[in-house]
Write a protein that binds this ligand. Structure first.
Ligand SMILES: [Ca+2]
Length: 599
């Protein structure tokens, strides 16, 4: 099914790929699947986006799970997969429709409507410890059951949480602080034309309010943004001085447009900007039941009113740049052609279904003074292929070519590294995949490095001063024996504290102790994290003795082991003299127990 969908989309996207011009579309923001009913949540410096998921080829609102995405820059969106589904709610039978998630007291609550086996609808609540889930049923039964849909939630400054919802009526309840119960009875908001505008031609629905409310407060004013009139819908809004009204109709935000007869609003402020999320039918194969979420940036008027917002293919501008020198998930995508995602056996998601000519665009990557190598986490049950690193377009400057070999399985992961040249400044990065016929390989994550092939790491022997404690890397007891522990000790400048970096392959090289001539290595090629197991060994250039120097923002270096993918690390970040070092997940932050400054 998934592979069939991939083929259909790849075929349809051929038309998009051939569109010329420098201004590549970034809306809709997800191209790997159809998404609907956006609900953004700002948390910890990122925008988390909760959506529905229109099944491929739908001829109704056929929706079985909900998806989570996130972005730090509004243009590159990370796929967090399916975090909640109909199966989460044992009492639900179908229709995983429009919901919203909110954070409170260390937990994330996701309110969603579903249909029961008796045909009626109800609102349930999922709960999770992480914004990306997994979510579990908080109650084991519906939170609200009065045949309505489309919950929206807001926690007011005084701590009182409100859940608005409804189609055809508009209701609210006051949620208790536990967020999974409420006080009093659901209360109906009177749908007056003063409050919600005038609809003509439908005696049963005299106001414009249709469905999909989005409720929040800003600068002391309460907003209810909603899908208006049916069908096709447009987006309108009302405001009120208090959380329960009285509401005054304020007009249109987004006119009817976009090839989907429904629309659905979600608004947030993030990093100084205001953003309006909606959905349309703009993806190839898209329409009223195969929708896609998109976003526009806007500014509130001085009086708090919202301007008219029109759908664009350009989308919101990027906030900041992508740092290529820290691990970036392959499933962080501004635009793509031909690929899909799936859960990765080693955690998170990976990009898959990669065929010859497919590509991923990552917008606005800040290479700075220059990258010297590229590392990718790959798996292939076939014979692999090639990753071309192109700048600014699929045919742009080739900054590197990375070979991917077969790894013996589609979830058997290995790390491959290649040298890069010419990647300086800020560019859109295109990962273009080439190879033979059929699926080539999967991609979990990637990372660039500065380093010796860029001339940055100093040549010759140097003491390596540790960032968090000021001690120096040291071969224990000045031993010349293979297997002796590599430890930390007070810096003295002696020969067993002098190390030189000897480049070997793809940015990786040996870290050789001057007094013994032996190489710093991970004992027994271990891939375990957090075990003091760093030794010196006879030079063999085996992967457990090859390290990638990754320069940090303060000029120090971390050393990433080629075999394990982990970084040289002071065990427990302690300051104990003679403590043997270990390896640990790379932090890629300066002044830590993984940062070494050559002096
Ligand atoms: Ca990944």
């Amino acid at each position: 099914m998934r592979r069939f969908f991939r083929f259909v989309i790849a075929t349809l996207l051929v038309g998009v790929v051939l569109v010329p011009g420098p201004a590549r579309a970034d809306n809709p923001i997800v191209q790997t699947i159809y998404t609907a009913d956006p609900a953004p949540l700002v948390y910890n410096g990122r925008v988390y986006l909760y959506t529905g998921h229109d099944e491929d080829g739908s001829t109704y609102f056929t929706m079985r799970d909900w998806r989570v995405w996130s972005s730090a820059d509004m243009v590159n969106w990370t796929d967090h997969g399916s975090a909640m589904s109909l199966a989460t709610f044992s009492w639900a039978s179908s229709d995983a429709w429009a919901g919203q998630a909110v954070y409170r007291n260390g937990k994330f609550y996701w309110y969603v409507p579903v249909r029961l086996s008796n045909g009626s609808t109800a609102i349930g609540v999922g709960v999770a410890d992480s914004p990306t889930g997994p979510f579990r049923d908080a109650l084991g039964h519906p939170l609200i059951q009065n045949a309505e849909i489309d919950p929206t939630v807001y926690i007011d400054d005084d701590g009182q949480a409100y859940l608005y919802y409804g189609n055809p009526h508009l209701w609210y309840v006051r949620l208790n602080a536990d967020m999974i119960s409420y006080s009093g009875s659901p209360t109906q908001i009177p749908l007056t034309t003063a409050g919600f505008g005038t609809r003509t031609g439908d005696a049963n629905r005299p106001t414009l309010y249709e469905e999909g409310p989005w409720f929040y407060k800003r600068n002391g004013q309460y907003y209810l943004v909603f899908a208006a009139k049916c069908c096709s819908e447009f987006i309108a809004y009302s405001t009120a001085p208090g959380p329960t009204g009285p509401w005054t109709y304020r007009g249109t935000i987004m006119p009817t447009q976009g090839g989907s007869f429904t629309n659905h609003p979600g608004l947030v402020d993030f990093n100084g900007g205001s953003y309006f999320f909606y959905h349309n039918g703009a993806l190839p194969g898209g329409g009223g039941y195969t929708r896609s979420v998109a976003v526009e940036k806007f500014s509130y008027n001085a009086d708090g009113t919202i301007p008219t917002i029109t759908m664009t293919t350009a989308g919101a501008p990027q906030v900041g740049v992508v740092n290529p020198y820290v691990r970036q998930e392959a499933e962080t995508i501004a635009w793509e052609s031909g690929v899909e995602t799936e859960p990765a056996a080693e955690g998170g998601m990976n990009v898959g279904w990669i065929q010859n000519g497919d590509w991923i665009k990552v917008k606005g990557v800040g290479f700075g003074t220059g990258a010297s190598s590229f590392t990718a986490r790959v798996a292939s049950g076939a014979s692999g292929g090639t990753i071309e690193l192109r700048l600014d377009s699929t045919t742009g400057t080739l900054a590197g070519t990375c070979s991917v070999s077969g790894t013996g399985g589609w979830q058997t992961w290995a790390t491959t590294t290649c040298a890069t040249t010419g990647a300086t400044g800020t560019h859109d990065l295109y990962l273009r995949f080439t190879g033979g016929s059929g699926y080539l390989f999967n991609l979990n994550w990637w990372q660039f490095a500065t380093g010796p092939s860029g001339g940055a790491y100093p040549t010759g022997y140097h003491p390596l001063v540790i960032g968090n404690n000021g001690l120096c890397l040291d071969v224990s007891g000045a031993s010349t024996a293979a297997g002796a522990a590599v430890t930390q000790w007070t810096c003295g400048g002696q020969a067993n504290q002098q190390f030189q970096f000897v480049p070997v392959t793809g940015g990786y090289g040996r870290l050789q102790a001057q007094h013994s001539g032996l190489d710093v290595a991970v004992a027994n090629s271990s891939t375990a994290a957090g075990v003091p197991n760093i030794i010196q060994q006879t030079p063999t250039s085996a992967p457990n003795s090859l390290w990638l120097p990754v320069q940090q923002s303060d000029g120090s270096y971390s050393f990433k082991n080629q075999n394990s993918g982990l970084c040289l690390d002071v065990f427990g970040a302690n300051s104990t003299l003679g403590q043997q070092l270990d390896q640990w997940q790379c932090k890629n932050a300066p002044a830590t127990n993984q940062d070494f400054t050559p002096r």
